[in-house]
Design a protein around this ligand. Sequence first.
Ligand code: DGL
Length: 266
Amino acid sequence: MESRNIKDYGIGVMDSGVGGLTVLKQLKTICPNEHYLYFGDTKNLPYGEKSKNELIKIAAKVFDFFQQQDVKAVVMACNTTSATVYDELKNDYDFKIYPIIQVVSKVITKDKSLCRIGVMATQATVKSGKYKTELQKYNPNLQVYEQACPLWVPVVEHKITNYDEKEVIESYLTNVLSFKPQKIILGCTHYPYLLNKLSKYADKNLFINPASIFAQYIKDDLQKHNLLSEKNEQHIEYYASSNPEEFKENAELFLKIETLPELIEL
Ligand code: DGL
């Protein structure tokens, strides 16, 4: 019997909800021949308000699901889990794991002119101090200011529009801007959706949406390890742990999806 080539195995992409679609959107463009399995863990959203122990249990269930699906790689398109659980789970699985914070910090710090950087992220990511640790691993002189923005994920995921912009957007941003950063990393995959609002208060070019940097690194690494699929077709499956209808509707903020995600109760 002919055995399956590992190049043809799928790539799992995970996030708590639709935010990770910012990464999938880039990946599917630059790696067009892959089979993607996108998991939106909507049942456990928001991850940013959960403890490390809770997140380890949750992420392990998502990883177990991917393991059953025979994936060749998993993209942690979620800053919060990259910050809190990657180190705990990275040796427990056979597939390659790409954690967004670790990858993006490595790439961004190649620019040695950067000496002050702001990070806007979830409560759990900021609490972990992971961005600071990873960025300073490559450039110890880099000054890093991390700001938690706990209201931003609910605003995006529940499509809330009637909020007080001063309280929700401007207050967090003012703190970061007073640090005088050369760049601000949008350290949560949901945040690029707010870019137009943010650019009312600061130059749009100040913000880094890590999705394309992250996707490019993954492509290069898969290529380096001879893991890119050579099939001339793309296939995407979507899974959600609750309310697939709402996921499909919200997905449109980042990427139009044609099929209703399959409900997988973790
Ligand atoms: N979008 C995820 C991140 O990048 C998690 C957001 C959340 O569920 O709090 O951090």
